[in-house]
Design a protein around this ligand. Sequence first.
Ligand code: 2AL
Length: 245
Amino acid sequence: MTQFCIQVINPNTSPEMTHTIASAARSVAAPGTTILASCPTQGVASIEGHFDEAIAAIGVLEQIKKGMAQGAQGHVIACFGDPGLLAARELATGPVVGIAEAAMHVATLVATRFSIVTTLPRTVIIARHLLQQYGFGHHCAALHAIDLPVLALEDGTGLAQQKVRERCIQARREDNSGAIVLGCGGMANLASELTQELGIPVIDGVTAAVKMVESLLTLGLGTSKYGDLAYPNKKPLSGCFEILS
Ligand code: 2AL
């Protein structure tokens, strides 16, 4: 049996969300695949804007370094803004996949149009930027926010999960979309139940990204080290950034 070690990085510092993400990742991993789940030791508790993403990106790079040292052959960035994705690819030898790009790619394979359901209205704007950046703008019918912060998904009340469900039902009815993309790593445990209930594919990026990294590893493909994704040029890194050298 092929043995792979895939690192799943939650870029925020919430241990509860890291647990949700790790469980979802393990639920789809092949029998021979080990999931190494981690989150930064320092950073932001949740990622909801550009400021948060800038801080989270440093934590992601630190985790990529650690993961490689622990034998990870591929990596997943489990935050819907894909913070630090290209920088992580420079550092990594193996494949690195972000959950937003994974979910968007998968959605286009099973439907001609998809909707996105995310957390706060400001993260809708970030998701819109990613759609443009990845070339999926024409595939997305609409974006919706549950209008609750990211950590509401881990507060134990179930309110955020209920709102995700309601928004997904609304999106299916109003957008005429064939699929829905869940726009937060903390929604990873909701996809299969919603897929059953709604009768259309509801896609979580964590599980999608794990299977993509697994496929890339099976194909023997890592990150291209030709051109801009080559390892970072060696130069002195000072202060807290020394650990990245
Ligand atoms: C996210 C996410 O997936 N994790 C986090 O902390 N912030 N992004 C989002 N759109 O809710």
